[in-house]
Design a protein around this ligand. Sequence first.
Ligand code: SF4
Length: 464
Amino acid sequence: MMAVDDKEHALNHAARATIFNQDEQRVNWHDETLWFIRSKRDKAAWKIPEWEALRDQASQIKNNVLGNLYDYLITFEKQAQQNGVIVHWAADAEEHNRIVYGILQKHNIDKIVKSKSMLTEECHLNDYLHQQGIEVTDTDLGERIVQLAGEPPSHIVLPCIHWKREEIGELFHQHLGTPKGNADPAFLTAAARADLRAHFMTRRAAITGVNFAVAETGEFVVCTNEGNADLGAHLADVHIACMGIEKLIPQRKHLGIFLRLLTRSATGQPITTYSSHFKKPRDGQEMHIVLVDNGRSSRLKSDEFRNALKCIRCGACMNTCPVYRRSGGHSYHHAVAGPIGSILAPGLDMKKNADLPFASTLCGSCTNVCPVKIDIHDQLYKWRQVLVREGYVDPAKKAGIAVMSSVLSRPWLFHGAGSLGRWFMRNIPLLIDNRFNPWYKQREMPAAPRESFRDWYLKKRKQP
Ligand code: SF4
């Protein structure tokens, strides 16, 4: 398995995708596995006659939340405090990490368990706590695998989807002492469970993410298939829930809509195995919620890009994206990969993530499957325009587009270029199909047609 090393961290999407593509077998299998999950999503959605109505409702509820976010946040804070929960506000990732560390310091805790939370990935919490001498154990099986491998997750729902079971067997052999060569999934899962149980039983603090927070009641819901969030939170003296401020829904009755959409969109399951509601700390426990902005309120101000905040992190846009499926999650160099990551990341750092909106065919498949109807491919296109305007696009790409624009807007030039191109294809093909032309790196040059469509059409039109 190729690990993401420091050099790769400096590379853009195309360069990282090239590395992922060196292992053709892995690419094919990654592509097919994700397409299989996308197909399961389709079957699950088709079984529900009101599926499109559910998507509409979810989209409208999220529109309402975004339009009244301040009020819902204040209501949520008040309700949560009344339930006995300590609420914190973090303007950015740094403040979020400091708050979490402060809570752990107060309780003299130096080892914690954490269940899957993309927000803590976004804030690089593990690295930060590690630097402060705190040991973090990720308890979701997929997260644990990538943690042992020293990698970030490559998918928001399936963090180790790029790993083969033989590789996981070898990883567990190295880190957990399982017999070499044993790659039986049931055996490996049992080994991980036994190892994790020791962490669960001895940790006094647990961090969880939040899938939905209900403004009306101050409660929050965490969805997992393994129950790891529940075990961690129930055994720990201190439960810290970290959530982005966009995770709110107005009322408990709205949960049904989102829970029906979430897992069907993610994996094709009717519902997650555990959809756990947390409302107040149990006797003797301390419960904290950290509400994190980290660029979300500035996105809220933008009419063009605010819709991205409706995301419920189901991963369906990744499973369907032909570019994601064949370039792998690490090629996106952002905590959230794929189409949704490509419209969230430039809002956080335009310069660093300027390549991501271009990592798309703009086919619109992401928009078609999104359960909350985010106009993902439109936003990708709009980000491209912003990035060109702000000067963040590679000058070579900009020059190429200017040439194309000039050719395509002048019919005489277009016809001339076409004739010239066909002549070169026939007589000096090496001038076009060579190793310096990235288009033909993985393609075969077709035979040059005898004439252009236009010439053929004009000829035919003249015939009686
Ligand atoms: S953008 Fe839509 S499809 Fe993609 S992860 Fe978010 S909710 Fe799911």
